[in-house]
Write a protein that binds this ligand. Structure first.
Ligand SMILES: Cc1cc2nc3c(=O)[nH]c(=O)nc-3n(C[C@H](O)[C@H](O)[C@H](O)COP(=O)(O)O)c2cc1C
Length: 255
């Protein structure tokens, strides 16, 4: 069973690749949380994977909420792993997952990180195409390695993108709480009213009003799916994103 969260496809791609090798079920944490599908029974020997992007060196709000609500039923201690995608460093996100599991008397058995292109266009520009391709090629090798480790239920912490400032993770993560506001999102005249932003927003923050998106809650997860995946490039966040690129993982098919 693989639980995943993804705004722009990096973590979805990783989850799909692990699913190809391990099978089971692929469960979108955002959808499951919205529908209150938070209780799962494992079959014998079934592994649990938790795959998501790091946000501010910690957990996206949706992942934190899902982990808090999750109940796992199993006759034996399950093998649980996490795979965290990042633009550079995951800080202490793996430890946050381990803590959430511990509160349920479950143990995180192995942890991995994968560097993938950064999608946080609200804060930085996306890497150029050449860099994206190189990063994705490296990510592919990393995924293959993780698949091999998981085939033999290898236990341990294999995080290779911790980052120089990992010790500052709690401070960085606090910033997420104040930074993830929606006030600066807006749509330009390029909007075609296709409604994709409303459809894909994992926190139900976007609602179409007279055909145009409105961000109806004060805060959201800042997953950046709306801004990156808008086919008309009509969504902006203040002035910062006007000249920046957009990113979607090129190898993934969104359902
Ligand atoms: C709100 C937000 C915060 C982020 N914070 C970090 C971070 O602390 N460290 C990092 O390396 N990448 C960070 N990123 C980049 C993403 O973790 C990275 O691009 C990830 O692979 C995106 O996954 P996805 O395509 O599955 O959404 C952040 C992205 C967003 C949207």
């Amino acid at each position: 069973m693989i639980f995943y969260f993804s705004g722009t496809g990096n973590s979805l791609y990783a989850a799909q690749r692990l699913y190809e090798s391990d099978g089971g079920e692929l469960i979108d944490m955002a959808g499951a949380l919205n529908e209150k599908r938070v209780k799962y029974k494992l079959s014998e020997g079934e592994k649990v994977g938790i795959v998501f992007p790091v946000y501010f060196y910690g957990l996206p709000t949706i992942v934190a909420e899902f982990m808090d609500s999750l109940t796992i039923e199993s006759d034996t201690d399950p093998f649980i792993y996490t795979v965290i995608t990042c633009g550079g460093s995951i800080g202490h996100a793996d430890k946050m997952i381990a803590d959430k599991l511990k509160q349920k008397n479950l143990q995180l058995n192995s942890a991995f990180s994968i560097k993938m292109p950064s999608n946080y266009v609200i804060m930085y520009d996306v890497p150029d195409k050449e860099k994206q391709d190189l990063t994705l090629q490296d990510a592919e090798k990393q995924i293959e390695k993780i698949v091999g480790f998981l085939e033999v239920n290898k236990k341990g912490n294999f995080v290779s993108n911790r980052g120089y400032f990992a010790l500052l993770s709690p401070i960085a993560y606090k910033l997420y709480g104040t930074y993830r506001k929606t006030k600066k999102f807006y749509v330009t005249d390029a909007c075609t009213s296709c409604g994709l932003c409303e459809e894909i927003c994992p926190s139900g923050t976007i609602q179409l009003s007279s055909g145009k998106p409105e961000w109806v809650t004060e805060k959201c997860s800042h997953c950046s799916a709306c801004i990156n995946r808008c086919p008309a490039r009509a969504i902006q966040y203040g002035d910062a994103t006007k000249k920046r690129g957009r990113y979607i993982n090129p190898n993934v098919e969104f359902s």
